[in-house]
Design a protein around this ligand. Structure first.
Ligand SMILES: [Zn+2]
Ligand SMILES: [Zn+2]
Length: 277
């Protein structure tokens, strides 16, 4: 499995490296923007804020759509949620699997290849998601949606569109974007809240990842659908969730309380409580 994942990450970069030799038009530019927004929402809104943190509610059909989209791009909901909840629980300690504690390689690529998070641990951390057989199926066959998406886009739209609308956004946001949050947003940047971990808000990643880089805000309020707290903290993922809420596709969107009643010093307790939907 480790070898397969490594091969997949390597192959993902090949069409991108060939792009300078391909004829590009404005249509490819639009395809890239659409792909970028889709990947950003599948990862930030779907995998992270919905499946890992249950920051809003939705129908079973839309949940499945989000799960398939997420698995087609990056990871299955159960696998991602289990690892991510573990990260929040043990952030910046010896047990953290994805933070910078074990070095830049482990935080950047190593965590994508690692097999050290056992199914038994995963099961305990994701009981709420395992109630759905379709999500369990996606977890078992997690490579199928991605392979199907690559085949479909290649067949229907061609190799160049595959490169600009699938591979490039996925590399930028999935492989390197999430890794940058794991490493950079636990090392560099200002901290608004004195959380028990070393999480930071990184303005560049905040903008590039459409809201996911306000990581210190997120570690303080992990159950909130909103990561950017100030007007200048761009959070497009949150705005998409609000839009979906306005049209009735999602509901019960969890927000940060205007006056948090729980003391900042107890934020680890808040985080753990929030991770048990
Ligand atoms: Zn973190
Ligand atoms: Zn999180």
């Amino acid at each position: 499995m480790k070898l397969l994942r490594g091969l997949g990450i390597g192959l993902l970069h090949v069409p991108i490296l060939a792009l300078p030799w391909r004829p590009l038009t404005w249509r490819h530019g639009i395809a890239f923007v659409v792909g970028y927004l889709l990947v950003a929402f599948a990862l930030g809104g779907g995998l992270h804020r919905y499946f890992a943190h249950r920051a809003f509610r939705t129908s079973r059909a839309f949940q499945l759509l989000l799960g398939v989209l997420a698995a087609a791009y990056f990871a299955d909901p159960i696998g991602f949620a289990g690892r991510h909840r573990h990260h929040h629980r043990w952030a910046d300690t010896e047990r953290d699997l994805v933070g910078p504690h074990h070095g830049v390689w482990a935080a950047w690529i190593g965590h994508l290849l690692a097999d050290d998070f056992r199914e038994r641990e995963l099961g305990g951390a994701t009981a709420d998601l395992r109630r759905y057989p379709e999500l369990v199926w996606l977890h078992r066959w997690s490579l199928v949606p991605g392979l199907a998406a690559v085949g479909l886009v290649w067949l229907v739209a061609g190799y160049t569109v595959l490169a600009v609308a699938y591979c490039l956004p996925l590399c930028l946001l999935g492989v390197h974007g999430i890794s940058a949050v794991n490493y950079v947003c636990h090392r560099f940047g200002p901290r608004r809240f004195p959380t028990p971990d070393h999480s930071t808000n990184h303005p560049v990643l905040g903008v590039l990842l459409l809201g996911e880089g306000w990581h210190n805000n997120h570690h303080r309020f992990p159950g909130s659908a909103r990561c950017g707290l100030r007007w200048w903290e761009l959070d497009i993922v949150y705005q998409c969730i609000r839009l979906l809420s306005a049209v009735g596709l999602v509901w019960a969107v969890r927000e940060i309380p205007r006056r948090p009643r729980v003391a900042i010093g107890r934020s680890r307790l808040v985080a753990r409580a929030d991770l048990t939907p």
